[in-house]
Ligand binder design. Structure first.
Ligand SMILES: [Fe+2]
Ligand SMILES: [Fe+2]
Length: 286
């Protein structure tokens, strides 16, 4: 039995990790639903393709070690994490289905198939501890993207109302449960070199996957031949305070040996955006 180490930072008590079934209905979603920008939209579409299988893998990675946690609050957090990720998988599955119906069947199905294959290979080759390390690292990436979103009301305003609640809901819940896999990894191993090397490897897989599928979506639309549109989208991602460039400082925090996800206390963002979410999706008030 592993002992729970005392850590200074932990998930704040006021943050509750509760799964919610949302049953989103993605109707009349415009083709470029994020900032009316093909590059930004397709990057987020490509990310969505990884979620159903990726998040199922996260659930299994955490479930494999949950019996080793004695603390009642931590057990509740783990149950909340498992429930939330299971719901994210379901909702992104229907989002991805909507992409197929928008005319991106080849990209949506091919992308999900590739994600499935890569994850199946990972499950086969890596130990349970390695899979937990990968989950903790990828959860850091989702948490910093969520932070980027939740600190940019103008960006959220530029998400089409037909999908805004999905991305808002997902970002809020990723923030709520951002430390669950990390804390469990620290209990199970606390091996810094393994944590960091798997994080860097997982980042490179995710970056090459999303680049490949963002490009595939853009190619389907013929946007790959429009340099000005591409340049504008790239600036929004990688320019000054861009969607990706704006996460670099947070990304690097994971390399600190004493890192903990709640060194950045986002609990006020959760509270503020939960109120907004309830207006967009009343089922979120439950
Ligand atoms: Fe998720
Ligand atoms: Fe997550």
């Amino acid at each position: 039995m592993l002992s729970l180490k005392r850590r200074k930072v932990r998930t704040p008590d006021k943050v509750s990790i509760q799964p919610q079934r949302m049953d989103f209905d993605f109707r009349d979603v415009p083709r470029y639903w994020a900032m009316n920008d093909p590059v930004v939209t397709h990057l987020l579409n490509a990310l969505s393709l990884t979620f159903p299988d990726g998040e199922r893998m996260f659930v299994d990675a955490v479930r494999a070690f949950r019996d080793q946690v004695q603390d009642k609050k931590r057990q509740q957090e783990i149950s909340g994490f498992i429930g939330q990720e299971a719901m994210h998988s379901l909702e992104h599955n229907s989002f991805n289905q909507m992409l197929s119906e928008q005319g991106y069947r080849e990209e949506a199905e091919g992308g999900q198939q590739l994600a499935q294959t890569l994850i199946a290979q990972g499950r086969k080759r890596l130990s349970k501890k390695h899979l937990l390390a990968a989950t903790a690292g990828l959860e850091h990436i989702t948490a910093i993207l969520a932070h980027r979103l939740l600190t940019d009301p103008e960006f959220i305003e530029q998400l089409d109302p037909s999908v805004r609640a999905l991305w808002l809901w997902h970002a809020i819940e990723e923030t709520e449960h951002k430390a669950v896999a990390y804390d469990l990894y620290q209990d199970v191993s606390a091996n810094y070199r393994l944590r960091v090397s798997i994080f860097l490897t997982a980042t490179s897989f995710l970056a090459s996957y999303t680049t490949r599928y963002t490009w595939a979506f853009l190619k389907r639309d013929g946007v790959h031949r429009k340099p000005l549109t591409l340049a504008k989208g790239m600036w929004r991602l990688f320019g000054y305070k861009g969607l990706i460039s704006g996460t670099v400082v947070d990304y690097l925090q994971y390399l600190r040996p004493d890192f903990h996800p709640w060194q950045q206390d986002d609990s006020h963002l959760i509270a503020e955006w939960r109120k907004v979410l309830e207006q967009h999706a009343p089922q979120a008030a439950a």
